[in-house]
Write a new protein. Structure first.
Length: 530
């Protein structure tokens, strides 16, 4: 989003996924191959062939905006994507999300007094199995764990100091108890317990990443790590499905909704030394994978805004290739250096010496970009559907979070002094990246235009185009990769009803009185001349 450019507003997807005729698919040629009608000896007439069945309503993904990174970061992301056989979109989204958490609460951004945003972002990498989501996450998981381990020697030293303090507090407590006894014996007022007679809390191991923790454990870990954490999940739909599964009356979802805002949180269900667990900064970056078929269940969940907090990144898959080992170690070291440098930033201090976030202001010219976005959203409120309006309503805050993350990410990748403000350049790059995310969100919502059986029927149709089988067997199909959902008989009947209604397939004839089989004939117009 530039000051001289307005991004297109979202248009609702068509409610029928087969309205448009596929220009590249005609009754005469499919994928450039000639199709001929063959007489199979069955005199039943075939219905009109609906070739648009092979398409879906999913919009094409926008190209990745390479200007979001400096040349050094872009080179790293490109080479790492090649190593992972993953789209650069996945690697870049994971990098930005991971950097937002590595920076954490020690720095927050404020455009003006009264409005403060922490940097934490939520990112969903959308793609079919084997599209590179998990490999793209692997380098970040490894780097975050490596930085965690580097902090362990300091933690060991802190434990030794704590053990000495604990013993000292125990001795002072015993002395105080004797003073109380003596005062009671003389019928005098008992002295207050000295502050240094209270045993300090045991220092918790430093954490950056959590993978499979219950909500209660996440509360505990955040109470011990006020800088914030990264929740990294290979499959986000499983995590969302587990929220409040064991009761809690919505408490799990409420906790994670609060984590988007990064404020304080008190959990009365979780106790520590008999007291409720208090989280000073409830801040989580959430990064994970999501299959397209799960988008419907994610968006159709409770209308509480949880789904709209994610940035959905859904590029086209790239062909698999062998990783290039040249420079792999240096790329690993580069990522660890970035996270290490971000983690080296310390808290600011208040008047009592307590740690607080250092507030980073926005360059005055960058505020104009924020104004443009807020005005666009206000003018579009009456024209956008609910989900998109809610998602875009979070973009001003998302813009600030992206901008401070990109500002410090570039700093961590280089050698300059720490930024004192979020620059105009970072605000511009963040706004352009939100335009990219906006197009990705429209692509994700387009997936909702088709019913599950229509989407799977489209996948079967594309398989027919690619492989040109004369017949299909239901069992053989659902035993193959990508069609396991057809094991469900009721769902399978719906899918084949779609294929039959579009004239792509029909059940083979069986002898009179015979039991229907799972064999289906393919329309001869789809068979390729060999």
């Amino acid at each position: 989003m530039r000051l001289d450019k307005r991004s297109a507003f979202f248009q609702p997807p068509s409610t029928n996924g087969r309205q448009r005729l596929a220009a590249e698919i005609t009754p005469i040629r499919l994928n450039g191959q000639k199709r001929v009608h063959q007489d199979d000896g069955d005199n039943r007439p075939w219905p009109d062939l609906d070739l648009d069945l092979a398409k879906d309503d999913r919009k094409s993904p926008p190209p990745f905006d390479e200007a979001v990174f400096s040349p050094a970061l872009l080179e790293w992301a490109s080479r790492t994507a090649e190593d992972c056989s993953a789209p650069i979109d996945f690697v870049s989204g994971a990098l930005i999300g991971g950097a937002s958490a590595a920076l954490g609460n020690v720095r927050r951004v404020s455009p003006w007094p009264g409005w403060v945003e922490h940097p934490f972002l939520w990112v969903a990498l959308v793609g079919l199995p084997s599209s590179g989501k998990t490999p793209a996450l692997a380098p970040f998981k490894a780097a975050l764990i490596a930085v965690e381990r580097e902090a362990m020697p300091d933690h060991a030293a802190a434990l030794r100091r704590w053990a000495a303090q604990r013993e000292e507090a125990a001795l002072r407590s015993e002395a105080w108890k004797k003073e109380v006894k003596a005062a009671v014996d003389r019928r005098l007022a008992a002295p207050d317990k000295p502050k240094d007679a209270e045993a300090p809390d045991e220092p918790a191991p430093p954490r950056i990443i959590i993978v499979d923790a219950t909500t209660e454990e996440a509360v505990n870990l955040l109470s011990q790590n006020p800088r914030g954490l990264t929740l990294l999940r290979s499959e986000l739909s499983g995590w969302i499905g587990q929220l409040d599964r064991y009761g809690g009356a919505g408490a799990d979802r409420a906790f994670y909704l609060e984590a988007w805002d990064g404020g304080p949180h008190t959990n009365d269900r979780v106790k520590h030394n008999g007291k409720p667990v208090r989280v000073r900064y409830n801040s989580l970056a959430i990064i994970g994978g999501l299959q397209p078929d799960k988008l419907r269940s994610v968006f159709s969940g409770p209308d509480d805004g949880l789904a709209e907090r994610f940035a959905y990144i859904w590029p086209n898959a790239v062909p698999p290739q062998r990783p290039n080992s040249d420079g792999a170690r240096s790329r690993e070291a580069f990522l660890i250096r970035i996270f290490r440098r971000l983690r080296s930033l310390d808290w600011a201090r208040d008047g009592d010496g307590e740690p607080i976030p250092k507030i980073i202001r926005v360059d005055a010219a960058g505020l104009n970009i924020l104004d443009v976005m807020r005005n666009e959203i206000a003018s579009a409120e009456q024209r956008e559907p609910g989900i998109m309006a809610c998602w875009r309503g979070k973009n001003p805050g998302r813009l600030l979070r992206l901008a401070i993350t990109l500002e410090f990410l570039e700093w961590a990748a280089g050698d300059g002094p720490e930024p004192e403000a979020v620059s105009l350049a970072s605000m511009q790059r963040a706004a352009d990246y939100i335009d990219y995310l906006d197009a990705m969100m429209r692509r994700a919502l387009g997936e909702l235009a088709l019913l599950p059986e229509q989407k799977l029927a489209a996948r079967v149709a594309r398989m027919i185009i690619a492989e040109c089988p004369a017949t299909l067997n239901e069992r053989s199909l659902y035993q193959g990769e990508g069609f396991r959902d057809l094991r469900d008989k009721e769902f399978r009947e719906k899918v084949f009803a779609e294929l039959e209604g579009a004239g792509w397939a029909r059940r083979q004839k069986v002898p009179t009185g015979g039991r229907p089989r799972g064999d289906w004939e393919i329309n001869p117009q789809l068979l390729v001349e060999r």
